[in-house]
Design a protein around this ligand. Structure first.
Ligand SMILES: *[C@@H]1O[C@H](CO)[C@@H](O)[C@H](O)[C@H]1NC(C)=O
Ligand SMILES: *[C@@H]1O[C@H](CO)[C@@H](O)[C@H](O)[C@H]1NC(C)=O
Ligand SMILES: *[C@@H]1O[C@H](CO)[C@@H](O)[C@H](O)[C@H]1NC(C)=O
Ligand SMILES: *[C@@H]1O[C@H](CO)[C@@H](O)[C@H](O)[C@H]1NC(C)=O
Ligand SMILES: *[C@@H]1O[C@H](CO)[C@@H](O)[C@H](O)[C@H]1NC(C)=O
Ligand SMILES: *[C@@H]1O[C@H](CO)[C@@H](O)[C@H](O)[C@H]1NC(C)=O
Ligand SMILES: *[C@@H]1O[C@H](CO)[C@@H](O)[C@H](O)[C@H]1NC(C)=O
Ligand SMILES: *[C@@H]1O[C@H](CO)[C@@H](O)[C@H](O)[C@H]1NC(C)=O
Length: 877
């Protein structure tokens, strides 16, 4: 993602909710400063204990002070369509909103926008340049060249953000303050007392209603003070103040263009106060128009807001002239608001809780944790240490990762680099990076939602932890990558089949290979589509949803495979008759070369998917299947052991033992892929090394992978100190069944990268990148359960239980894990020993039955054929 695309995805405006019975409306921070200047300590209770209503299991985050720093302290809520960040204010609450599709740039701002592609007239020139580049790589003594600028295209710029704030005032000093995020219910709450009155504010975003709701009542007073709601845009560069008007007596309309020309957005916010009186009044003389809502005489009040834009993902094709433009969102928002209109708040809340629990509870994990209800989350984190760990916090983070994915992925667009939460208020992506990050390399790296690890990592845990949230991901690929990616395939690669994308994507079909500060190490990544197809296959392999596979999964996979089928070329550098990619970059590494291990492993896996999914798709294109199988046979498999025992990152043996680069690109087949983890000497072995025919054993390949992983360091190299690189390393160590290294990495990222609100920071100085949060549950699961894919579904699936169990999790349980073949797995362990495991096969597996071998502690403990409805419990080991 471009730097400013991140900002563009956010909408920050100010919703001011104030009790006018109070003297003066001071922002929270100002009042706190005043009070502390007067020596009055607020909010800190002497013996903290979790607030009443906090889950007794400890499943949540809680604090004894309001948040002041967005990125580290505010708490996120969301339903995919909308996101919001909550500081947990008392008299003044600042609620920051995002709308998933609110981006600046693209065709809305620039009618000539074409996804960063060349013009059709340039095609033949590009094709001959591509040919020259390939010849130069093959002829180069080192197998590398310096740049491929001539086939890249200039970048686009994007920008804009706003912020939304909510405020409530109450008189007097605040005591008994607490705020928390309940992860059982997906509700954020703040409670405080003001004299004899105790207030409660609840906020959540309902997925079924596509609305967010904020509710307020008090336990001791029957009638609340007067409450007002208003909206304002703070000084965000480039975002004009919207029109804020009264849609009706209790509804604000907030509406504007991101820029002129630009995308149109609207938010409708409606207050409800049974028994009270709501009115809306325009601020006279305001330009642009401004308005506020006032609530009188209510014992409870809530405001529901819906939001949308005129972006339409399905208008990203030639027929729609790649406009991505849909209708004015207004009518749809009015309809949504009306369906969210309930006389009973309890009904709205119950509906939300039921929806969320039905989404997440089919799966559960216990790490034998003991909840610490006496220390707030920020204190627990502050005391947390690498390798020492704390099963309770590790468990909360697991549930939080699933919460964040569930709350950001269920809209029409997938979870992006910040889920659905982006801060335009302090602009960490726009302003702070200059302050914090010295090198341009880092700036570029963090500013994109890259399809070379980040968007994939967001979804690592989805299938295994049975979270049904991937539909928007596949819709996004189909609608925004497919159509213009087919054009890119043609114009850049002279390939008429399939589609291609590169390292950086947006919501406007940016498929070109981007020139500029964004050099080939980031942009030259035409395997982004191949990596995403692992997710398509995994979705089918876990669900056996044949209808989905036929209509969406297979067409995507086939299209991507068709592209790579044509793109592979004969290796004229080593002249070993293999097929390779060239020019290629190992993601974010400099050498431009041939036969990058990452690309070769991914394409090999992609071709296996074609063979494994062909029949279920009902495809009859046997010529295509044969072509795939034949080129798969001939292609370089991307697995070579180099001069210092490493698994080579490139076909040319040029890895440096001290390269601690953040990416583990050449270990993709270890995790999350399987080209290394399920290595088969028969299928992948057999290559010429230094003129000698060689067939590595699986042990050799795994040892080489371990050597590479070890030399890659702990994810704190000079290039980056990010959360995601440590989570990836943790998962990779777990795959090697090395619990010591696994737990060290996992705990190290918690200590090093996680902020008090448990958001993962790119660096310890505060740039939020959600991939580590969302990848974390997958890393945890990889220590408890392996069921990696295999080259051929006719080969038994190897399930390994507790492959890398750390001592700290010696007792625990998993219920409802999903493994390949449509199998649900429940298992438990005690004192470090497996006690029981139950496998239950879905009923809809006809034609896709497979052999399953269950391993534990170096032994095969069960073996079965996965017939529909079959169930087996193993309890002696
Ligand atoms: C582009 O591909 C077509 C079809 O394979 C081929 O005939 C043509 O020579 C290619 N163009 C160039 C410039 O390589
Ligand atoms: C305030 O709202 C909460 C949450 O919906 C509810 O449990 C509580 O009973 C309400 N309090 C009063 C006094 O109505
Ligand atoms: C609209 O009114 C609110 C509340 O008085 C104020 O905070 C906000 O700044 C106003 N908006 C503009 C654009 O002046
Ligand atoms: C905002 O209001 C002005 C009139 O005050 C109107 O001309 C303009 O079209 C409105 N903008 C939108 C986006 O509705
Ligand atoms: C919401 O419901 C109330 C009571 O059921 C009704 O009076 C009101 O007109 C409805 N408002 C909208 C916008 O549908
Ligand atoms: C590989 O083959 C090409 C074409 O036959 C030839 O030009 C080149 O010199 C060969 N390279 C090596 C290293 O033998
Ligand atoms: C291949 O041969 C070269 C040159 O003889 C040597 O430097 C290198 O170590 C060899 N590589 C392996 C993996 O044996
Ligand atoms: C785990 O990895 C470390 C570092 O490579 C190594 O020293 C240790 O022997 C490994 N442990 C196991 C059980 O393989």
């Amino acid at each position: 993602m471009e730097l400013f695309q991140v900002l563009g995805n956010s909408l920050w405006a100010c919703l001011l909710q104030a009790s006018t019975t109070l003297h003066g409306i001071l922002p929270y921070s100002v009042r706190e400063r005043l009070l502390s200047a007067l020596g009055i300590v607020t909010y800190v209770s002497l013996i903290p204990s979790a607030p009443p209503g906090f889950p007794s299991s400890g499943n949540g985050l809680w604090y004894t002070t309001p948040g002041t720093v967005w990125v580290q302290e505010f708490l996120p809520i969301g339903n995919g369509y909308l996101g919001a960040m909550l500081p947990g204010g008392t008299s003044q609450e600042v609620t920051q909103l995002n709308i998933e599709s609110l981006w600046s740039g693209g065709p809305f701002q620039d009618p000539s926008y074409n996804g960063g592609n060349h013009l059709p007239s340039q095609q033949s020139k590009i094709a001959s340049k591509m040919q020259n580049i390939r010849e130069a790589i093959f002829a180069s003594p080192t197998g590398t060249i310096d740049n491929i600028d001539e086939i890249m295209t200039p970048g686009d710029t994007y920008g804009s953000a706003g912020h939304l704030v909510a405020t409530l005032d109450s008189t007097g000093a605040v005591s008994k303050y607490a705020r928390w995020l309940d992860l059982d219910e997906a509700v954020s709450r703040t409670t405080w007392s003001d004299g004899s009155t105790t207030f409660l504010r609840e906020s959540f975003c309902s997925h079924p209603l596509q609305a967010c709701v904020q509710y307020l009542n008090s336990t001791t007073s029957h009638v609340l003070p007067v409450v007002t709601y208003a909206y304002t845009v703070a000084g965000i560069d480039g975002l004009p103040a919207p029109n804020v008007t009264c849609l009706d007596d209790r509804t604000l309309s907030i509406r504007n263009y991101v820029s002129i020309p630009g995308m149109l957005y609207e938010i409708l916010a409606q207050a409800q106060a049974p028994g009270g009186l709501v009115s809306c009044s325009a601020v006279s003389g305001a330009s642009p128009p401004n308005a506020t809502l006032t609530v009188l005489g209510a014992s409870e009040v809530w405001i529901s807001w819906v939001g949308g834009t005129n972006y339409d993902m399905t208008a990203g094709n030639a027929a729609a002239k790649y406009s991505f433009q849909g209708p004015d969102p207004h009518n749809n928002l009015v309809a949504l608001l009306s369906s969210a209109n309930r006389t009973s708040y309890a009904e709205i809340l119950d509906g939300h809780i039921k929806d969320y629990t039905s989404l997440v509870t089919p799966f559960s994990l216990s790490l034998g944790q003991t909840p610490d209800l006496d220390a707030p989350t920020d204190q627990i984190l502050a005391g947390y240490r690498t390798s020492v760990g704390d099963a309770y916090l590790e468990w909360v983070l697991f549930n939080y990762g699933r919460y964040l994915l569930a709350s950001s992925a269920r809209g029409t667009l997938p979870a992006n680099l910040q889920g659905v939460w982006a801060d335009g208020y302090s602009n960490p992506w726009g302003a702070d990076y200059r302050k914090h990050l010295a090198s341009i390399e880092k700036v570029i790296l963090i500013s994109k939602p890259d399809s070379n690890i980040n968007i994939q990592m967001n979804y690592w845990a989805a299938e295994l932890s049975n979270l049904d949230v991937t539909q928007s991901l596949f819709d996004y690929i189909e609608n925004t990558w497919g159509p213009r990616g087919a054009y890119t395939a043609q114009v850049l690669y002279n390939i008429s089949e399939g589609f291609v994308t590169h390292g950086e994507m947006n919501i406007f079909g940016h498929t070109g290979m981007k020139l500029g500060g964004n050099s080939a190490q980031w942009a030259n990544y035409p395997e982004s589509n191949a990596w995403m197809m692992i997710h398509a296959w995994d979705h089918f392999d876990h669900t056996n949803d044949v209808k989905w596979w036929k209509t969406q999964g297979w067409p995507l996979v086939k299209s991507v495979a068709s592209f790579h089928l044509e793109k592979l070329i004969e290796d004229l550098h080593f002249n070993d008759s293999t097929l390779v990619t060239a020019p290629c970059n190992s993601p974010e590494q400099v050498p431009i070369t041939l036969g990058c291990a990452h690309a070769q492993q991914l394409i090999w896996q992609l071709f296996n998917t074609i063979e494994n999914g062909f029949e279920a798709a009902g495809d009859t294109d046997v010529a295509f299947l044969d072509a795939v199988i034949s080129k798969r046979q001939q292609m370089d498999k991307g697995l070579r052991i180099g001069r210092w025992g490493q698994l080579q990152e490139w076909k040319v043996d040029m890895d440096k033992p001290d390269d601690t680069h953040r990416h583990l690109s050449h270990l993709i087949g270890l995790y999350p892929g399987y080209a290394i983890a399920s290595y088969s000497p028969e299928l992948q072995g057999g290559l010429i090394v230094n003129g000698t025919f060689t067939r590595y054993t699986k042990e050799q390949i795994l040892n080489a992978a371990q050597t590479s992983l070890f030399h890659r360091g702990i994810g704190r190299g000079p290039d980056a100190d990010a959360g995601w690189e440590k989570v990836w390393r943790a998962a990779a160590w777990a795959q090697l069944a090395n619990e010591t290294e696994f737990y060290k990495e996992l705990t190290h990222t918690i200590e090093r990268n996680f902020a008090p609100n448990l958001f993962s920071m790119y660096e310890s100085d505060g740039i939020f990148q959600i991939d580590a949060n969302l990848g974390y549950p997958a890393a945890v699961l990889n220590a408890l359960l392996h069921a990696p894919d295999i080259a051929n579904i006719n080969v038994p699936l190897q399930v390994t239980l507790l492959p890398a169990l750390p001592l700290a999790w010696s007792t625990g349980e998993i219920k409802g894990a999903r493994i390949r073949g449509g199998i649900t797995l429940d298992f438990a362990w005690h004192d470090g020993t497996l006690t029981t495991a139950t496998f239950t096969v879905d009923h809809n597996v006809a034609g896709r039955e497979r052999d399953v071998i269950v391993n534990y502690d170096g032994q095969v403990v069960a073996q079965f054929r996965s017939h529909g409805g079959y169930s087996q419990t193993v309890s002696s080991f």
